[in-house]
Design a protein around this ligand. Sequence first.
Ligand code: ATP
Length: 239
Amino acid sequence: MTEVALQAVELVRRIEGAVSHTLVNGIDLAVSKGEFVAITGPSGSGKSSLLYLLGLLDAPSEGEVMICGQPTSKLSESDRADVRLTKCGFVFQFHFLLPEFTSLDNVLLPMRAAGRMAEAEMRERGLALLDSLGLAEHANKRPNQLSGGQRQRVAIARALANRPEIIVADEPTGALDTASTEQVFSILRNIADKGQTVVVVTHDPALAARADRRIHIVDGKIAEITERGRGELVCEAVS
Ligand SMILES: Nc1ncnc2c1ncn2[C@@H]1O[C@H](COP(=O)(O)OP(=O)(O)OP(=O)(O)O)[C@@H](O)[C@H]1O
């Protein structure tokens, strides 16, 4: 039986104010361990809002996010932060690396925050991660000494630092050239093939086509799910 890594149950995110606005409007979604899911949809349809809820960066107005079967809506802020730190890794359009830190020190940050490894073990893991992403010789460079693609790969290494079950990426190739985009695609695909779960918001049809499933969002709701069949994309309309 497939193991569910991430589940959204009747997820709603509303912004209350003079004019209230529903960003995410009743989303049900189960993502299997090792699955690569792309979230697509028009600008302003609620993709990033949904992703932030799935990665516990934001809290729902209604509904539940379950991470590895654990409901998260009733957790205290510090328990949520702990689940976020250890179970979720984040990659954004812009790398958000700390400019005064080297690549290695940026990758060490989540491990230091989790505080579960000795210094030597953290450094060994950080170097191994950078090496696995082709960045061994850039471990001691600062972000301003790296290309855009290299910075994004450091950001991916940082996201992987605590061996999270789930990698959440918001437009990870949105600021990259074609060659770096291709590298980042392959890395994300590889991460999922090795068993971590990857959820990516993207406007890039080529990236979406490499996902196992494409979830198309319109007005905060799932409008369509496309599953990758045997080399073909099989469309399935969802009400
Ligand atoms: N905190 C907020 N307060 C008010 N409106 C918000 C807030 N966050 C998002 N919105 C609005 O909600 C809508 C959905 O935003 P969201 O960023 O989730 O869309 P998106 O599909 O990711 O868009 P894009 O593809 O342009 O990044 C947009 O109209 C956005 O302006």
